[in-house]
Design a protein around this ligand. Structure first.
Ligand code: IPE
Ligand code: IPE
Ligand code: MG
Length: 246
């Protein structure tokens, strides 16, 4: 994939520790639009376009799983017109970009609930997952209609429905009941838009993820910004509760 890069300069990732799985809370679309005197939906459009740029940058960097937070269960509480626009954006993106994503070896996954989503969009999501299921350049895991607490409750309900005995419930098997199923836990969580919170994103899976926040609004987050996050990640000392061996 070629990056839309006017200077033709590719960031240098040598010497950096590349996380296997990166999660991004793509925040700040509304404020980005407001800054330009435009309606919030204008920011969502720009934000959606930006996914492609960051996906390409992630492939260049060697990231293998990219989970993007696109719509939270709490986002249903936004004005109906904005919710409709966000649904339409996902639908249009699948319609317009699925073939190219597939050609570029992107495996698409969905993490979230299908409840409340239109039949058309459900069909499109199913088609995207099915078409790309054997691709292995990168996994683009779209957290759409996703909430970490809902995900955990959903898992508990299915475990009970499956009739599993208490002693069968382990951390490992529980992880497989989550929407993320076999995906490894995220190593790095990036949040754009300047807030320091998870907003119900991957609350189980991010137990030991490194966290990186930037004030940059999502539509402006580019390959250089991604590289900054990777530099910060490289400098972190992940201890997982252990004592560092000298
Ligand atoms: C993130 O941008 C996109 C979604 C939550 C869907 P916001 O819409 O939250 O933008 P801000 O935070 O209001 O600027
Ligand atoms: C988190 O952003 C959800 C997504 C990016 C999809 P929000 O804008 O909804 O989060 P809060 O409301 O600031 O916590
Ligand atoms: Mg926000």
């Amino acid at each position: 994939m070629s990056i839309d890069n006017p200077n033709g300069v590719q960031p240098d990732y040598s010497g950096l520790r590349i996380p296997y799985h990166v999660g991004i809370v793509m925040d700040g679309n509304g404020r980005w639009a407001q800054q330009r005197g435009q309606p919030r939906v204008f920011g969502h459009r720009a934000g959606t376009d930006n996914i492609r740029r960051v996906l390409e940058a992630s492939i260049n960097a060697g990231i293998k799983v990219l989970t993007i937070y696109a719509f939270s269960t709490e986002n249903w509480n936004r004005p109906p017109a904005e919710v409709r626009a966000l649904m339409q954006l996902l639908s249009r993106t699948i319609r317009d970009q699925l073939q190219e994503l597939h050609k570029n070896g992107v495996r698409i996954r969905h993490s979230g609930s299908l409840i409340g989503i239109s039949d058309t969009l459900k069909r499109q999501i199913a088609e995207a997952l099915e078409l790309t299921r054997n691709n292995d350049t990168i996994t683009l895991n779209v957290a759409f209609n996703y909430g970490g607490r809902a995900e955990i409750i959903d898992a508990v309900q299915r475990i009970i429905a499956d009739g599993l005995p208490p002693e069968a419930v382990t951390e490992d098997m529980f992880s497989h009941y989550l929407y993320t199923q076999e995906l490894p836990d995220p190593d790095l969580i990036i949040r754009t838009g300047g807030e320091y919170r998870l907003s119900n994103f991957l609350i189980w899976q991010a137990a030991y993820a490194e966290y990186y926040a930037t004030p940059t609004y999502w539509p402006d987050f580019d390959e250089t910004e991604l590289r900054y996050a990777l530099v910060a990640y490289t400098e972190r000392d992940r201890r997982f509760g252990k004592v560092k061996v000298p």
